[in-house]
Ligand binder design. Structure first.
Ligand SMILES: Nc1ncnc2c1ncn2[C@@H]1O[C@H](COP(=O)(O)OP(=O)(O)OP(=O)(O)O)[C@@H](O)[C@H]1O
Ligand SMILES: [Mg+2]
Length: 352
């Protein structure tokens, strides 16, 4: 048994271009990386966070578990995109037992879906900044049909979905175990995936502001495909250096910089919005994750436009890693893609 009590979960991050899986074990007072693997999925299998090709995806998940020799069946997964709504709301302070009813009755105005179509969860963040009679509450609503879809998928893959988290929270979870400095610094976590970007400004392990956008590395491939009149597959091969004769490195770099600049502007806008709403309290640190970190010029653009430290996450730094099993070259490549799976693998069966 991996943990003293058998309550650990395998973290499964089902992205729209890569599925990642992570399993941890406790070693002394630290976590050790037990299993980690990734596999690419075919374009169109997941679109806007919805599972389009259930059978293929379930087979991909099965194959990934098999190739990594993962026997544990209990998994934690996460969702994101349009069907997940996260808002910080203010409501009048009241006793815990009344809170549930109040939040449910107030939630409707904040959620763009019929209230009967969503699962709602909330967390009290503390006294509101605006009034001592009010409290600030983090409201999370996830469409029930989305949850049902992912539960069906996991069952079809022969696994048990024990926790369904939200991508952004799983990333924050992985970030918070890193042996990093000052938690009081206002930090922006940015995950640029293939089809979406999530932004989360945190301080002292609490979220201050969240935003989702549709930016992602697919834009980069689409831009290349359109400019050179080639397919997306060919564009990807060109980016990965598998074929060198389609596009020159100079042109690739030019397109990268253009995309990086667009992402950077979007992020600056969110940072500025936050800073002006928070009496000019500055975002001091930016931590990047997701495949977007590989786009040339992205990190440098942020460094030049914002007065903040910018770094790329390496969630393996928080873990004991056996170099024979996971060589440095693998860790460097996988690090930015791994945090959500690791954040999920940190969850326990009985977690809320
Ligand atoms: N070494 C690399 N060089 C260039 N691009 C890369 C590299 N590794 C990954 N990518 C890009 O990053 C993408 C995968 O990023 P990521 O795993 O964060 O996306 P995802 O989680 O599947 O997507 P989403 O979260 O948007 O659903 C790939 O589709 C590819 O375009
Ligand atoms: Mg992702």
């Amino acid at each position: 048994m991996i943990f003293g009590k058998k309550d650990h979960l395998v973290g499964l991050d089902i992205g729209s271009s890569f599925i990642k899986v992570a399993e941890l074990k406790i070693s002394g007072n630290k976590y050790a990386l037990h299993k980690f693997g990734m596999t690419r999925i075919a374009p169109g299998t997941i679109v806007e966070g919805r599972v389009i090709d259930m059978e293929t995806l379930a087979n991909d998940i099965r194959a990934l578990f098999k190739s990594q020799k993962i026997r544990e069946k209990n998994v934690a997964i996460s969702t994101g995109g349009h069907s997940v709504v996260i808002k910080t709301i203010n409501t009048s302070t009241r006793p815990d037992k009344e809170l549930h009813t109040t939040i449910y009755s107030e939630a409707e105005q904040y959620i763009p879906y019929d209230i009967d179509d969503v699962n709602i969860d909330f967390q009290v963040l503390g006294e509101s900044d605006f009034s001592p009679d009010q409290m600030s509450v983090l409201l999370v609503a996830v469409k029930k049909d989305l949850v049902a879809e992912y539960i069906d998928l996991i069952h079809l893959a022969g696994l048990n979905p024990k926790i369904i988290d939200v991508d952004t929270f799983a990333l924050q979870n992985a970030y918070e175990i890193l042996p990093y400095e000052n938690r009081e610094k206002i930090t922006l976590l940015v995950d640029v995936g293939a089809s979406k970007t999530s932004l989360n400004i945190i301080k002292a392990n609490s979220s201050l502001m969240m935003r989702d956008t549709v930016s992602g590395t697919n834009q980069f491939l689409e831009e290349i495909a359109s400019q050179f009149e080639i397919t997306l597959d060919e564009a990807e091969q060109a980016v990965n250096g598998e074929v060198n004769d389609i596009i020159s490195q100079d042109r690739l770099e030019e397109i990268s910089l253009k995309i990086a600049q667009a992402w950077c502007s979007e992020i600056c806008e969110v940072v500025n919005t936050y800073q002006s709403s928070a009496n000019d309290e500055k975002v001091e640190k930016i931590v990047l994750s997701g495949g977007g970190v590989f786009i040339k010029g992205f990190k440098d653009c942020l460094l030049s436009e914002l007065e903040a430290d910018v770094s790329i996450i390496n969630p393996f730094e928080a873990l004991i890693v056996n170099e024979k099993k996971f060589p440095d070259s693998f860790i460097t490549k996988a690090g930015p893609l791994a945090p959500i799976a690791i954040g999920l693998a940190l969850r326990r069966v009985d977690d809320k």
